[in-house]
Design a protein around this ligand. Structure first.
Ligand code: SF4
Length: 379
C-alpha cells in the first residue's frame, strides 16, 4: 500500500527544502559559526548493487556478498554526540539492496533523524521493489536518484557497462520502467524526489532532453554535477571546461523554470581568470530557482562506512580513511581533518561570492598547480 507523505512544511514544523534553504550547503554553517562545523553525516550502508554503472564513483568497492555491519547503537550514539547535526545522507551501493538493511538500519536512522529534526537523504537507483522505498518514505526528506538517460537503451548501455557478464535488453528495460514508475509513485506520494544527472561525454549534448524526462517524472529538483574521473569513471573520456560550460548554458536555456535546479562540484569559481567562467557563474546566480551548492565533503560532512566504522571525507575511495568511530567522536575526527594538509589546500572562502573553495577531485583534475588560498573572487 502506498504511504501518503505530506509536505514537510506542514507535517514536521521544519522549513521546506528550497533554493533559499539547502541545509546540505556548507556555506550556511560557515556563515552561521564563522568556521567549518560538522553538520552533516553520510553513512555507507551497502556495498551491494544490482547495477554496475560505467560512471559509478564507488564502483571499485561493490561486492557480491558483504560482511556484517557495526552495531546501529554505536552509529546512533556517534550521531547523538554531533551537537550541530542538521542533515544525514544514506548511500551505497544501492542502500535498499538488502531488505534487512532497510528494516534494521535505514528506517531506524531515518526515524532518528526525523525525531531530532534532522533532514535526511537516501541515494538510490529506485529500481527495486516499491515496497522497500515505501518503508522509508514516511521518514525521508529527499529521495535522491541518478538519471542520465533519454531511452531504456541508454540505461542498458550505461547501467550495466561494468557488469562483467551480459545483461539482456529485456532485463534492463524492465528495471528502467520500474525506476521511472517508482520515482513517479514516490513523487505522487509527496516525497521530495531529486534526480541527479552528470555532465559527461554521453550526456552533455542531450542534457536538456534528460531534464524534460526528469520533470515528467514529477521530480522536485534536478541536480547536475560534472563527472569526475573517480573509480569506474577513471578511464572515461573527460569533457573540457568549455564543453561543460556549453552544456550548462544549454540546460539553462531549455529548463523548466518551475523546477529547482541545483548545480554542484562545478569546476568554475568566482576567482577564475577566465571571463567565460565568471560570466556563467553570474548567470547561474541570477537565474530564478537555480542554486550552486558548495561541496559538503570535508567542509560540513564526513562519511562513515557502516561495515568497518571507518571515516572518510567522501564515499569515493580516492582519499584513504582517517579515523574510526569505534575510537573517537565524529566531531573530534572532523576537527583533525580540518588541519589535514589536503583540507588546508582547498580551505578558502570568499563571502561575497558565497564560495568556500573547490572540491578536492576538481582541484586535482583542473587546477593541480593553483593555490586557491591565495586567490580572491573577482566580482
Ligand atoms: S572561495 Fe576559493 S575558489 Fe571560491 S572564489 Fe574564493 S578563492 Fe576562488
Amino acid at each position: 500500500m502506498m504511504n501518503k507523505v505530506k509536505d514537510s512544511r506542514q507535517t514536521h514544523g521544519l522549513p521546506r527544502l528550497s533554493p533559499a534553504y539547502d541545509p546540505w550547503d556548507p556555506i550556511r554553517s560557515l556563515h552561521a559559526y564563522g568556521r567549518h562545523r560538522l553538520t552533516s553525516v553520510e553513512m555507507t550502508v551497502s556495498n551491494l548493487c544490482n547495477m554496475r554503472c560505467e560512471h559509478c564513483a564507488v564502483g571499485d568497492t561493490l561486492v557480491l556478498a558483504e560482511p556484517s555491519k557495526i552495531p546501529l547503537s554505536l552509529m546512533l550514539r556517534r550521531l547523538d554526540e554531533v551537537e550541530h547535526l542538521e542533515t544525514i545522507s544514506i548511500t551505497g551501493g544501492e542502500p535498499s539492496f538488502s531488505e534487512r538493511t532497510v528494516r534494521e538500519y535505514i528506517v531506524p536512522l531515518l526515524k532518528y533523524a526525523r525525531d531530532r529534526g534532522v533532514r535526511s537523504q537516501i541515494n538510490s537507483n529506485v529500481t527495486l521493489d516499491y515496497s522497500r522505498y515505501d518503508m522509508m518514505a514516511p521518514y525521508l526528506d529527499v529521495m535522491h536518484i541518478s538519471f542520465n538517460y533519454t531511452t531504456a537503451d541508454d540505461f542498458h548501455q550505461v547501467g550495466f557497462a561494468r557488469s562483467g557478464h551480459p545483461v539482456s535488453r529485456e532485463t534492463a528495460v524492465r528495471l528502467y520502467e520500474r525506476m521511472i514508475e517508482n520515482a513517479r509513485r514516490l513523487a505522487e506520494a509527496g516525497v521530495f524526489v531529486s534526480a541527479e544527472s552528470m555532465i559527461n561525454y554521453r550526456t552533455h549534448e542531450k542534457i536538456a532532453d534528460i531534464h524534460r524526462l526528469i520533470v515528467e517524472m514529477g521530480c522536485k529538483r534536478h541536480e547536475v554535477h560534472p563527472m569526475y574521473p573517480s573509480s569506474f569513471a577513471q578511464n572515461l573520456p573527460m569533457l573540457s571546461r568549455a564543453e561543460m560550460r556549453a552544456a550548462i548554458e544549454r540546460l539553462l536555456d531549455a529548463r523548466d523554470r518551475s523546477v529547482w535546479m541545483l548545480f554542484g562540484t562545478l569546476p568554475f569559481y568566482a576567482c577564475s581568470e577566465e571571463e567565460a567562467d565568471r560570466k556563467l557563474l553570474s548567470r547561474l546566480a541570477q537565474e530564478p530557482n537555480v542554486t550552486v551548492r558548495n561541496d559538503p565533503d570535508g567542509r560540513n560532512r564526513l562519511n562513515v562506512n557502516l561495515f568497518t566504522g571507518e571515516l572518510f571525507v567522501t564515499d569515493f575511495a580516492d582519499i584513504p580513511a582517517f579515523g574510526n568511530i569505534a575510537d573517537e567522536k565524529l566531531e573530534e575526527a572532523f576537527e583533525r581533518w580540518l588541519h589535514h594538509p589536503l583540507a588546508l589546500s582547498v580551505n578558502c572562502h570568499c563571502k561575497a561570492a558565497s564560495c568556500c573553495g573547490p572540491n578536492l577531485l576538481v582541484k586535482n583534475m583542473y587546477y593541480r598547480d593553483v593555490d586557491f588560498t591565495r586567490r580572491r573572487a573577482r566580482l
